[in-house]
Design a protein around this ligand. Structure first.
Ligand code: PBG
Length: 304
């Protein structure tokens, strides 16, 4: 009689791949999550495919960073290399998604190109996102996922993909992404904390729910194929509202801080980590998400 079920089909595993390391590196603030080498990433993705996890989303950590985030669209960039390797490894058994943003690649840690005054230049950034999307498409990505919250990013990426012959690459838009303190552990994992300031000029204010509808509507009009709300648990109301208002497939990102809080409390014996994980991810589905990006994807798939 259960109204909501959680299946392995609903899960996307976020994975980090780092350039220039010989061994996978643990991330202290995300126990159980690694910065992968190209080799360990191949093994992990094969294991996920064998468990039936239908998709992964890749985040790259380049060996060197610069002001324009050159590693993001270099053909030899860490994510482009990973995409080619993974296509070799798993063929079409699994959907390959890639995050499209600049913060992992810029030396200042912001999600865009900066003006001389240190402000993010929205329109200059769109050209960089477009170039990253084309580079990822050429490396074999199935779905590009712009996460930078620049105005017009979905339209710019759609136009760049279409005019370069990549009409069949889909866009998963991080449509309603809040400026959240829950991204802290991710910024350790991706080595992308901003060196100054914060992301409040481009990410959303946690006090706003109606604004989510405006943001999602823009991305839908610009050609998004799937939409996302992020983070998840503190925004279940937003997930439910967006579910009611739009018919596109809806994702929710169960983010790093949400993962690490459960892991920390479970490691202390304060909560039953497995039970809480199942409750949390099921609640995200109950609120209306069709699929969930979660660092617990592998554990959940192993337990099914
Ligand atoms: C930005 C990006 C972030 C996350 C995904 N993409 C970090 C940020 O906006 O600061 C966070 C995901 C998580 O916390 O798990 N490229």
């Amino acid at each position: 009689m259960a109204e909501t079920r959680l299946s392995v089909d609903d899960l996307v595993a976020p994975l980090f791949v780092k350039e220039g390391i010989d061994e996978p590196q643990p991330i202290p603030s995300m126990p159980g999550v690694l910065q992968h080498t190209q080799e360990s990433l191949r093994k992990e993705v094969r294991a996920l495919a064998d468990l039936g996890v239908p998709a992964v989303i890749l985040f790259g950590v380049p060996a060197t960073k610069d002001a324009r985030g050159s590693g993001g669209d270099a053909p030899s960039g860490v994510v482009q290399v990973a995409l080619k390797n993974l296509r070799d490894e798993v063929g079409d058994r699994l959907v390959l998604m890639a995050d499209n943003c600049l913060d992992e690649y810029t030396d200042h840690g912001h999600c865009g190109i900066l003006t001389a005054d240190g402000e993010v230049d929205n329109d200059a950034t769109l050209e960089r996102y477009a170039a990253i999307a084309v580079a990822q498409a050429e490396a074999g990505v199935d779905v590009v996922a712009p996460s930078g919250m620049m105005d017009g990013q979905v339209g710019a990426i759609r136009a760049a993909l279409d005019s370069s012959g990549h009409t069949d690459i889909a866009i998963l838009a991080y449509a309603a992404k809040y400026a959240s303190a829950l991204y802290g552990p991710f910024r350790d994992a991706a080595e992308c904390a901003p060196k100054f300031g914060d992301r409040k000029a481009y990410q959303m204010d946690a006090r706003n729910a109606r604004e989510a509808i405006t943001e999602v509507a823009l991305d839908v009009a610009e050609g998004a194929d799937m939409i996302m709300v992020k983070p998840a648990l503190a925004y279940l109301d937003v997930i439910a509202t967006v579910r009611d208002a739009f018919d596109l497939p809806l994702a929710a990102y169960h983010v790093s801080g949400e993962y690490s809080m459960v892991q920390a409390a479970a490691a202390n014996g304060w909560i039953d980590g497995d039970a809480v994980t199942l409750e949390h991810v099921t609640a995200i589905r109950r609120a209306g998400a069709d699929f969930v990006l979660t660092y617990f994807a592998r554990q959940l798939a192993e337990r099914q």
